[in-house]
Design a protein around this ligand. Sequence first.
Ligand SMILES: C[S@@+](CC[C@H](N)C(=O)[O-])C[C@H]1O[C@@H](n2cnc3c(N)ncnc32)[C@H](O)[C@@H]1O
Ligand code: SF4
Ligand code: SF4
Length: 385
Amino acid sequence: MAKKTKKEKTSAEDKYRDVVKKYNYLGFLYNATHPGAYCASPPHQVYIELTNVCNLRCTHCPQSTMRRKPQYMDMKLFEKIIKELAPHKPFIDLYLQGESLLHPKIVDAVKICRKYGLLPRITTNATLLKKNLSKKLIDAGLDKIEFSMSGATKKGYEAIHRGAKYEDTLNNMLDFLELNAGAGFPVHARPVFVQEEKTINEKEKYIRLFSKLPLDDIHVSPLINMFGWNKELDLSPFKNKPREEWPICKCPWRQIGINADGSVRACIFDYDSRYLVGDENKESIVNLWNSEKMQKFRQTIIDRRYEEFDKPGLPLCTECSQIWPSNANPDTTQLPQDFCKEMDNFFKNEQHLFRARYAPLEEKKKKAEWLKKNRKEWLKEALAD
Ligand SMILES: C[S@@+](CC[C@H](N)C(=O)[O-])C[C@H]1O[C@@H](n2cnc3c(N)ncnc32)[C@H](O)[C@@H]1O
Ligand code: SF4
Ligand code: SF4
């Protein structure tokens, strides 16, 4: 039998991976619409924190309040996690708190994911994304990159991303996009703008500006009130509701997070590890997904006994905006009530999860050509107030 070329092999692997992922998503939807403490389907997304250290102090992010010890994940531990997860094909998000590009083995982490057939994705502040690193990440097989840039003027961006320089971050992103175009667009790329009062007036410019670039989409993300940190989102009207009217949060049926020291958190937003379910150094993430503590977490949420996770000075679900729908965030993490609606949302909004590219290739090629010729003008417009 003729030996398969690398390209044929990759395409068959991609198809297989996509089928497993769709199957897993259906499993998640079933479990989410019939919630129980035990979750029969594997996690759809696993977040792995390569480091909790960050070079910035963005105003919307609780990084500066984090009490955990600064830590970098050991690469042997990282490979153990990926090996255990490989048969279940979850998406691998290479971040939680901190800035993953600070990890000296970030490129190896991407390669390890690919070696085991998993898709590595990253959200980064892009301040350290120099050309050389961009090239290595693209070559290593990064599947998706999100540039966290919540502003469209120097003043707005730098007021939020404290410690970053607007022009430098823009240039890093443009270099990445040019290299990605040169490689045939293997990495799904998009900027993310967290919508908040301070910069809401920059949203229109942001969309106009970024629409000119060879990106796959532009993500406008709602601000999340993480446990009282983001006062702009007042939760008091919700908190006064009778507890039985509180929604059930879908997160623990969908995703799980591993901290840089290997401790495993039930909720990915729990940046200070209020509720841990185990230790990856001693156990397997696949077992921890349905460990006694993880099941207790789900059951407590089903029973809406949310206050049980609060610790003095460290509230969790009782101070989290994620479950409460608002104008800015209609699609919250409430447990889906309607299977068909959720499926519809899923295929409309989350296609990129399955490597479908929002922007057609021809359109991206044209924009990449445009960028080559007009980079200076684009930067001038970006830097104008
Ligand atoms: C916690 S950061 C970690 C990765 C990396 N340091 C970065 O900034 O991209 C991941 C994402 O969370 C976003 N984020 C932080 N705090 C947020 C909040 N309160 N509401 C919404 N998004 C937030 C950041 O803007 C960023 O896009
Ligand atoms: S949003 Fe990212 S870059 Fe900004 S402080 Fe938080 S972890 Fe750091
Ligand atoms: S309600 Fe918020 S804190 Fe609680 S599990 Fe859901 S996302 Fe996490």
